[in-house]
Design a protein around this ligand. Sequence first.
Ligand code: TYD
Ligand code: MG
Length: 508
Amino acid sequence: MTRATARPARSHFFCSACGNEESRWFGRCAACGAWNTAAEAPAAAGAAAKARGPTARARWAPRGEAARPPGPRPLGEVEVAGAQRLPTGLAELDRVLGGGMMTGSIVLVGGDPGIGKSTLMLQLAGSLAGTGRRVLYVSGEESEEQVRLRAARLGPVPDGLLVLTETDLELVLEAAAGVSPDAVIIDSIQTLSRGDLEGGPGSVTQVRECALALLHFAKGSKAAVFLVGHVTKEGAVAGPRVLEHMVDAVLYLEGERYQHYRVLRAAKNRFGSTNELGVYEMLEGGLREVMNPSEAFLSHGAGERAEPGAAVVASLEGSRPLLVEVQALVATSFYGTPQRVTSGYDGRRLAVLLAVLERRVGLKLGRHDVFVTVTGGLSLDEPGTDLGVALAIASSFLSRPVLAGTLALGEVSLSGELKRVARVEARVREAVHLGFRRAGVPALQADDARPPAGGFEIVPLATLRDAIEKLLGPRVATRRPALAPERGPDAAEAGSTAATPGRREDGR
Ligand code: TYD
Ligand code: MG
């Protein structure tokens, strides 16, 4: 395109989808692959930012600090008394933040539309204000009445909770400076804009500049700032990716929209671990913390007889093991390339497990479709859950259910051997607590797994093949739901063949 050559070498471009910056115009973004998203940064953006720098700082920096001459100073002299951790009163949120919110921090809360971000933030605001703190809730998406109605559903509305419906950044900052809040919630960052910048609300420049000004406000005023951000189809917060780099913590609220569990996890956290996970239930009265999430994610009780294709894994989420059910369905494929469909599990990891099942165990899965689902809308990305997923697939393929009340732990190596998992004893303890009777663990860890209660069996396993032999029960007839007779008199007979085992080809 002639456009590229027509530009002076110094102007720069960014992708309006992901914020990736390039020195030249581009047709397709090298970072996110989107087409025709190149936008030129305002010509004097660099110079303007420089000119604005000190003013912005003087404006949002605390009074005392503005007087200090700029430049390096001994690290030891930096006062740390200012930053404090405050419990928000929402235990699961505190856990994900690393033990409460930090004063002067800026946190991005992302999630799909309708997942419950505004609800969570309003509950946070209510909880903080209920303990005598002052909270400014800025809504650019809903009217005061709508916010008030929602707040009323969530519980009492404390006096310290202030609402502002505004989308102009300058006015928001002015209001915030006027009420000196302990926390400011911006719902959402994509609705804010600065009048003096090009681009509408939600554009890369606007989102970035607004977030930057709020960052200065947070650091200067010691208020905790929460930014709500919508997520694009690809799963990143819409607007520039730089937003994720700018903030202190990035939290994602996830879940299946039509199921009621929500999982809050940190993708980044400067003040704590990113492994912690908070579990909520969306109810009439807002999000309620789930005290025992393992129970929530198990569709069968520990003692119930399971169907072939189901296995229970213990995923370590931060300090907490979570018991989750994995379901697999293996069916003869009608396509040249069999389908592999997963929900909540990495497709490439599945490909590895299938290859190991085929080569090391001898299950001929090559012509079968394989579907894997993690219940409760959770996603598993922890290697200790490999064995359970592989076992669920083998169980479906062989029509042999996993023994009732069994937990499977182990990372599957390419050789088919089972590797150690982290904190095996904590995972086993969770299974004991929930009434499970047995845990298959890598043989190397059988001693560490130490059954804490009598009657709980630890099954040491050397390989995946070993696990299949020891943890799967006898073959059962594949139960097919009875269908209404459609093919005349044979229908009754068809019903009875469903109960006859051995009709399906299997991999021995
Ligand atoms: P919301 O917080 O508006 O989502 P977001 O800000 O992420 O777009 O949540 C909207 C959904 O939550 C909506 O479908 C209604 C549901 N909801 C409840 O089930 N119970 C409640 O108490 C509230 C306030 C919302
Ligand atoms: Mg909302």
